[in-house]
Design a protein around this ligand. Structure first.
Ligand code: UDP
Ligand code: MG
Length: 329
């Protein structure tokens, strides 16, 4: 792989990003484990760690500062309140300045040793290496809702999100640079990473149980997150309106035929005025819902535009001898 690291010693850097929300019981063990594991990398790479405290209510922050006091490679970012997992990871990515960034949960559910396998794949030239769960130690409810959600998302979304992946992954500097250009508020990072492109691959792993503490993703947050995934990458719910409109218009057409039939062939059974009112009702109902669908299509486009996403992402640029010395890409 070509290196364009401007630093004199030419050593490349890997940064770990850890979002932290009420993880006081995990931080010390996590940092110890990650330090041990990454000893296998430090002969080749400079390894650093960014811990993002996402407005924890326990004494996570004190633990983080203790870790940073003992290890100069550690950066601690304290968000001013709880912004949620995806924002915490975003803050870490924004702060990172490394050739590769590894995103991991901080509750030991993502085993630190797996990150070495991610690095191996990166060394083979992949720009995104996601860790894919072979098995997971979660409640049956969580497993069921997660698989239903990913099934649905793959059906309706305009991107191909690999199944059984979370945010545990390695992303190359190029991908981090592209990710920085996505500033939408309702973030579904794994979707953004998929949509960015580049060479992506997966590594299988067994997801462990949370070591200490409780999940920071109660059902309400999970539902919101699921909505971010679906609404952020699909206008299927809006398209549903048009489909319903067409269906209802078709049914009203049948209704109109029936009403007209009654009026023509069995006028004695019809109440005066009934045909007119019923036809009008069916007709208008069909038109109204179809028109809502038309509005929906425009709203969908306005929404996509307002997300302000980059129009394309670039892997590399090669200019000819007479090309611009520096491109603005
Ligand atoms: N997290 C966060 N902000 C939140 C919720 C969670 O930064 O508002 C972090 C949390 O500390 C952990 C990761 O996001 O490192 C995943 O959260 P959690 O383990 O609670 O989710 P679960 O594994 O239960 O889906
Ligand atoms: Mg967890």
């Amino acid at each position: 792989m070509v290196t364009d690291d401007p630093r004199a010693d030419g050593r490349r850097t890997i940064t770990y990003v850890f979002p932290i929300y009420n993880e006081a019981g995990n931080i010390d063990l996590l940092h110890r484990t990650v330090t041990e594991v990454t000893n296998a990398l430090t002969d080749r790479y400079d390894v650093t760690f960014i811990y993002v405290d996402d407005g924890s209510k326990d004494d996570s922050l004190a633990h983080l500062h203790a870790v940073a006091d003992a290890d100069p490679r550690v950066t601690v970012i304290e968000l001013a309140r709880n912004f949620g997992h995806q924002m915490a990871v975003t803050a870490g990515l924004d702060a990172a300045d490394a050739d590769a960034v590894i995103i991991m949960d901080s509750d030991m559910q993502d085993p630190p040793r797996v990150s070495l396998e991610l690095v191996e794949k990166w060394e083979q030239g992949y720009e995104v290496v996601y860790a894919q769960r072979r098995s997971r130690q979660d409640s049956p409810f969580k497993k069921f809702t997660a698989s239903a959600f990913y099934w649905f998302l793959r059906k309706v979304a305009s991107i191909d999100i690999p199944p059984n992946t979370g945010d545990f992954r390695l992303v190359d500097r190029k991908v981090v640079d592209e990710l920085r250009r996505f500033r939408e508020r309702d973030r579904f990072l794994r979707g953004l990473v998929s949509s960015i492109g580049f060479r992506q691959t997966g590594v299988l792993f067994d997801r462990d149980e949370r070591h200490a503490g409780v999940t920071g993703y109660p059902l309400s947050k999970m539902l919101r997150f699921a909505a971010d995934g679906i609404l952020g990458f699909s206008v299927a719910p809006l398209r549903l309106i048009s489909r319903m409109g067409y269906l209802i218009s078709f049914l009203s057409f049948l209704g109109i035929l029936y009403v007209a039939g009654v009026k023509l062939f069995a006028p004695e059974t019809a109440v005066p005025g009934w045909a007119f009112i019923t036809v009008g009702m069916f007709f208008l109902g069909g038109i109204q819902i179809s028109m809502l669908g038309v509005l929906g299509s425009y709203i969908g486009r306005t929404y996509a535009q307002s997300q302000g996403r980059p129009l394309y992402t670039v892997n590399s640029v090669r200019t000819g001898l007479r090309g611009p010395a520096r491109t603005r890409l």
